[in-house]
Design a protein around this ligand. Structure first.
Ligand SMILES: NC(=O)c1ccc[n+]([C@@H]2O[C@H](COP(=O)([O-])OP(=O)(O)OC[C@H]3O[C@@H](n4cnc5c(N)ncnc54)[C@H](OP(=O)(O)O)[C@@H]3O)[C@@H](O)[C@H]2O)c1
Length: 388
């Protein structure tokens, strides 16, 4: 029995993870679960999976949850997340969204827990530091992002020196082939409705701006020890090929599958063995055609901004991430238009001082400073721009 803690169990990845566990009750035991504020779902999960601990982000919810949680102990706040992540288990699956996942990720690593990382933002902010800490502790960071899981699977058994580059596939999002004019009037509901994947709000908007692919480039650099130049992006609207590795002899290996996050989650949960998941099969003849296209960095400037931040290194990716988190939240709350997300990130990056330091203090300071700058840009944008 593998003992597992799921951080962010009420989210899209968290629920998919528990669905995999539900199908294999003889293989996994849930030690801990966490949510921000979705008490109703968390209580249902406590009843079904009987964890020893749960944590809610909002301390005011602790008592209300404890009342109905029986023997399960309820923690709260950022310290609750960190404490739960550091309790010994076989695997911590980190599926919270955003920078809030950084401290629990580090806590899990320092406690010697292997990690399945869905939460990509910490790797963008502090990838070098995280991988060094994981190396020191002998901790495995298993990718959950479908693209990174695909690369991880394609790299199994190969030499690092034989890799020429990797190709990250991107669906293109809901606004693939939109004209700049069409992009001016996009609502949060449109941006959150992804054509091929069913995901949480923030990653859906990131996919719509292509920032998600930019974040994934940085994530791939750290997870696989690659240079920026070794990571290409290709638009693949069918979301069947999840990514590819190109080797020095010119051959490619690709991983294919249905667009279902349970597949990469199951691979990370039970690595190196695979789990049976469902009888649903992918029928290649029905799919018929797979297409590949170049990304349009002019219409989707977030991709280029992320590449520039990756090139700069040091604290630049943390600044990019913080500005993007603030801008996406402002867009989702209808404070700024869709196109202003890239503008806020660009303006924040252009006026920030980058440091080559990558320790936690430097990263956290860059994150705080970038959020303040981004909030100022958001305030001035929302005063001057009429929303659609
Ligand atoms: N969804 C996907 O298909 C997918 C694919 C690849 C990678 N990822 C990555 O996986 C991560 C999770 O994505 P998601 O789509 O599952 O997000 P989501 O549906 O928004 O779920 C986020 C989870 O984190 C919790 N949470 C949110 N803010 C928090 C805070 N401040 N403190 C503590 N917990 C907090 C939420 O709790 P409540 O429910 O109580 O709010 C929820 O359990 C992201 O980093 C994303 O980039 C997602």
């Amino acid at each position: 029995m593998k003992k597992i803690t799921v951080l962010g169990s009420t989210g899209s990845i968290g629920q998919n993870t528990l669905e995999v566990v539900r199908r294999h009750p003889d293989q996994f035991q849930i030690h801990g679960l966490t949510a921000r504020g979705n008490v109703e779902l968390l209580l249902a999960q406590i009843k079904e999976f009987r964890p020893h601990y749960v944590s809610v982000f909002d301390p005011e919810l602790r008592e209300a949850v404890q009342k109905h949680a029986g023997h399960c102990q309820v923690l709260s706040g950022p310290e609750g997340l960190v404490e739960l992540a550091s309790q010994p288990v076989d695997l911590v699956l980190n599926a919270v969204v955003g920078a809030v996942g950084l401290q629990p990720l580090l806590a899990a690593i320092k406690a010697g827990n292997h990690v399945a990382a869905a939460n990509k933002e910490p790797l963008v902010m502090a990838g070098r530091y995280i991988m060094e800490e994981a190396g020191k502790q002998g901790v495995r960071i298993l990718p959950v992002d479908s693209e990174h899981s695909a690369i991880f699977q394609c790299l199994e058994g190969s030499n690092h020196a034989d890799v020429r580059c990797v190709h990250l596939t991107a669906s293109g999002g809901p606004f693939y082939r939109y004209s700049p004019e069409e992009m001016r009037h996009i609502s949060p509901a449109q941006a959150m409705s992804h054509p091929t994947w069913d995901m949480g709000a923030k990653i859906s908007v990131d996919s719509a701006t292509l920032m998600n692919k930019g974040l994934e480039i940085i994530e791939a650099m750290w997870l696989f020890g690659l240079e920026l130049e070794q990571i290409r992006v290709v638009i693949h609207p069918q979301s069947i090929v999840h990514s590819l590795v190109e080797f020095v002899d010119g051959s490619f290996l690709a991983q294919l599958g249905r667009a279902d996050m349970k597949l990469p989650i199951a691979y990370a949960l039970n690595y190196p063995s695979r789990l049976t998941l469902s009888d649903e099969r992918m029928d290649l003849a029905t799919i018929g055609t797979l297409t590949f296209d170049k990304p349009d960095c002019k219409t989707f400037p977030c991709l280029a901004l992320a590449q520039e931040a990756a090139q700069e290194g040091g604290t630049a990716p943390a600044i990019l991430n913080a500005a993007n988190e603030e801008a996406v939240a402002a867009f989702c709350n209808a404070k700024i238009p869709f196109l202003a997300i890239a503008e806020v990130v660009e303006r924040t990056l252009s006026e920030s001082n980058f440091s080559s330091a990558y320790d936690l203090d430097a990263v956290m300071e860059a994150d705080r400073d970038a959020r303040l700058r981004a909030q100022a840009h958001i305030a001035s944008t929302s005063e001057s721009t009429p929303l659609c």
